[in-house]
Design a protein around this ligand. Sequence first.
Ligand SMILES: O=C(O)C(=O)C[C@@H](O)[C@H](O)[C@H](O)COP(=O)(O)O
Length: 340
Amino acid sequence: MVRELKISGKTGNSRIMVGEALKNLGLQLPKGRTVIITDSTVNDLYGNLFPACPVLEIGEGEGIKTLDTVARLMGELVGLGLDRSCFIVGIGGGIVCDVTGFVASTYLRGVDFGFCPTTLLAQVDASVGGKNGVNYKGYKNMVGVFNQPSFVLCDPKVLKSLPQDELTNGFAEIVKHGAIRDESHFTLLEDSKAKALSLDPEFMAHLIYDSIAIKADVVNQDEKETCIRKILNFGHTFGHALEKTAGVSHGKAVSAGMVMACNLSMDRGLLKESDSERIKKLLKDLGLPLRIEVDPAKALDALAKDKKKLGDAIQFVLLKRLGEAVVETISIHDLEKNLG
Ligand SMILES: O=C(O)C(=O)C[C@@H](O)[C@H](O)[C@H](O)COP(=O)(O)O
């Protein structure tokens, strides 16, 4: 069964289809020329399901999410002679989606695009909400645009080919959605960890849909992150610093970042210890780290580049309770104490 969600923003409208098969991508494409951007792993696994059109490959890993990759892709699009009527589809994980969305949003000042996310993290988070962009000198997502993809096609069956580590990364963002906004979503995953870890198809379709619904609801209220959307960054301020400094994957960094944010929430008299313990236990049971060692000085440098920084402080996402987040302005000096 295919279930749909919508995002309606100033930058465009997105139709999110959960449960649609990747092989049906061709049915979603407008008339005219289409180009696919993917990586070699996804192309090897699923290239036989792609509609007939040029396929551009990018490398893998956070290190290729750069302006150099964007420039190379621009050259290839120009080489193909694509005009403004073309359509670009990103098929892959979060890196493919972020790069594709940025390339499509800037090529000829913007052409239409869609995503087929193939990792759990990309399905529940990176492909949804219209944040597109690349890193700059290793600092996360420093260059980018808000622009909604026309569609997001989520086929949960493709998750079967994911390495366990990659799957685990996606669960971090699902835990985040429950923690910031919906305790029942958190409890669903808490009560059905075994089904989640074994990728029970019916359960995963349900979990993915509910998780995207939480994010879509927030984005529909605040597409450009002027207020409530900031809560989607729970765990990401410390997380991005850990990701850059320790070179760990996004999901692992966000997991440890959420634990640091829970501890800070307790220190400030907001979150109950019992709620914090439930979050830590679920992350641990899903195979996610609760702590990552870093060089505090390097982490501080990355922290100071956070996009929610205002002067010497950061608008930091804390939890009031499981299911409710709050944004508080905290000085970088105070946050520094938590990096050790
Ligand atoms: O969509 C959002 O808004 C988020 O903050 C979701 C995050 O999970 C996601 O990693 C996002 O790309 C981070 O954005 P950034 O603005 O902190 O770079």
